[in-house]
Write a protein that binds this ligand. Structure first.
Ligand code: C5P
Length: 213
């Protein structure tokens, strides 16, 4: 049984506005589909996206990081967690109950932000019921492997899939990805491939880890 997070999160400012990011959800959805294809029972916890639901996967549609964490916790126990979502680091403190209006003063409202829960870190550091294999992603624009190794130990996950999202790579929203798989044993540099191929390769590695491939 696997939990996969995918897509961006939307953090409400008022009933009609939100903070979001450019994540398409392609990589996370592809991983959910690839794990299901290998026979895993998959819960895909997905922020707003324009992708078709992958076949054979239970999809939980959420908007905010808080809802994503709650949906992941509700989907436990699981053997595998893959956190591929681009979770907003901050949400707005005190969502306005009504649409915010210009007050005529010429001064824009100040948006106070508070930090969101870190879903990968929370699942990695669960005391009881931690999934046996927790995989995170690291999108970096420089020192990709070094930063990602730090992230692996800081968050407490088992593997990190590090990808270079620097200007010109066209990873965000694109169909291809160049990744490095970082484990306690070391670093594997994978060739550039489609996000579907990265998902298939990762799912195969996960199955090998559990001795079922
Ligand atoms: O710290 P950073 O956002 O770069 O870490 C990326 C990894 O952490 C990704 O796997 C992402 O899905 C996960 N993450 C999370 N919850 C957050 C922030 C990041 O699960 N609030």
């Amino acid at each position: 049984r696997a939990i996969v997070t995918s897509g961006p999160t939307y953090e409400a400012i008022d009933p009609v506005r939100y903070l979001a990011n450019r994540s398409s959800g392609k990589q996370g959805h592809a991983i959910a589909a690839a794990l299901a294809q290998l026979g895993a029972e998959v819960v895909l916890v997905a922020g707003p996206n324009n992708l078709p639901d992958p076949g054979g996967v239970q999809v939980q549609a959420i908007e905010s990081a808080a809802q994503m964490l709650a949906a992941c916790e509700a989907a436990l126990p699981a053997d595998i967690a893959v956190c591929a979502a681009a979770v907003a680091d901050w949400r707005v403190a005190g969502e306005a109950g009504q649409k915010m209006k210009k007050d005529g003063s010429g001064r824009p409202p100040a948006l106070a932000l508070v930090e969101n829960p870190d879903i990968l870190k929370t699942l990695s550091q669960l005391n009881g019921g931690r999934p046996g294999l927790v995989v995170g992603f690291a999108a970096e624009t420089e020192k990709v492997v070094g930063y990602a190794q730090g992230k692996r130990t800081r968050k407490g996950c088992d593997w990190i899939v590090a990808n270079d999202v620097g200007a010109g790579t066209n990873v965000m929203g694109g169909d291809d990805n160049t990744v490095h798989l970082i484990t306690a044993q070391g670093v594997e540099d994978w060739p550039t491939m489609s996000k579907d191929a990265v998902a298939a390769a990762l799912a195969r590695r996960i199955a090998e880890h559990f001795g079922s491939a």
